[in-house]
Design a protein around this ligand. Structure first.
Ligand SMILES: C[S@@+](CC[C@H](N)C(=O)[O-])C[C@H]1O[C@@H](n2cnc3c(N)ncnc32)[C@H](O)[C@@H]1O
Length: 320
């Protein structure tokens, strides 16, 4: 078990009051308990644009009165999150790459106090929200790190579970980002990689193309914007994220699977369909070419009602 934050994301040594790790010499700035390994250096142009974007639209947003209880309740209403939580051992080392405001990481840390969870993101503002929440609710098993996906300040092959959802498609090189994230998974460990899938995202791409003629999206066509129970700030951030993002790719699932297989991973499942009964990490039969086309056609068909707008997750295990 790691010490209370701030601790070094590479070797888990306490780094309170320091700007370099006394054990592994990782250099950083401390902002609150956030270990910032990027600092004020000029970032690659598109990485800088993506950070600027999330500084104005931190994702996902916290509600003003959020507590451990409200985050737990909200997360447990999401089937994906409960089945992920059920599948992760309660003493696991977990890494989230591109954690944003770290609601997923915070949920896993609260739900499993014996876990050590590290959340890495490139956006200082999102991490400030995350750290304020962490501090407010007194979470000692979550370390937040500002770092770049292409230069991750964490050990390779060291985490039983690595999660990266909604991130690699927002980088200049999604294949390399996928490899970097995958390399952090320990032998026998599991990667959960969520990305915008080409067929799954097709309906949203068509919906978004309408904004070429009309700046604002057509609310009735969007499953999030037409919801009455969501506040306008959430809808504003969704609109920016889904319709005006400065850097987005769409990735074909068979190609992403090939990248993972070349890194020594084997198929567990894709989501959707949802995993049931804590079985998210239980192997399912790997679909052949026809099966993959059927899955992808299903993702395209649910595009009209999909609240994730074509976000598909691949779950894979490191075999070698
Ligand atoms: C759509 S948000 C997803 C946040 C979170 N994973 C979730 O699902 O709620 C994408 C996140 O990826 C981060 N990101 C994008 N490119 C990055 C990079 N090169 N290095 C680190 N983080 C990056 C952004 O800062 C942003 O917080």
């Amino acid at each position: 078990m790691a010490p209370a934050p701030p601790f070094c994301p590479r070797c888990l040594t306490c780094v309170r009051g320091l700007n370099a790790c006394p054990r592994c010499a990782l250099a950083f700035e401390l902002h609150g308990a956030v270990v910032d390994t990027i600092g004020v250096t000029d970032r690659e142009k598109r990485a800088g644009q993506v950070e600027d974007f999330y500084s104005v639209n931190p994702f996902p947003g916290y509600a003003p009165g959020d507590t451990r209880g409200t985050l737990l309740d909200r997360s447990r209403r999401a089937h994906f999150l409960t089945s992920l939580d059920e599948a992760i051992p309660t003493d696991a080392r977990v890494l989230e790459c591109g954690c944003g405001t770290a609601q997923l990481s915070a949920f896993l840390a609260i739900s499993g106090p014996g876990r050590t969870v590290i959340g890495v993101d490139g956006c200082r503002v999102s991490l400030k929200y995350a750290d304020d929440f962490r501090e407010k609710v007194g979470l000692d098993n979550l370390q937040l790190v500002r770092g770049d996906l292409f230069d991750l300040p964490v050990e390779e092959r060291a985490y039983q579970v690595v999660i990266s959802r909604g991130v690699v498609h927002h980088t200049p090189d999604p294949d390399e980002a996928t490899r970097q994230v995958a390399r952090r998974v320990a032998p026998g460990g599991v990667l959960v990689l969520g990305f915008y899938e080409t067929w799954g995202r097709a309906v949203h791409c068509a919906r978004r193309s309408l904004t070429r003629f009309r700046y604002e999206p057509v609310r009735a066509l969007d499953p999030i914007l037409r919801r009455r129970d969501l506040d306008e700030e959430k809808k504003r951030i969704w609109t920016e994220d889904q319709y005006r993002h400065p850097l987005e790719h769409i990735l074909p699932m068979p190609h992403v699977l090939k990248v993972l297989e070349s890194e020594g991973f084997g198929w567990i499942r894709s989501i959707p369909p949802a995993a049931t009964d804590g079985g998210m990490f239980d192997k399912t039969p790997k679909p052949g070419a026809f099966g993959r086309s059927l899955l992808r056609a299903g993702w395209m068909a649910r595009g009209f009602t999909d609240p994730d707008a074509g976000l598909v997750s691949l779950v894979a295990r490191r075999l070698s």
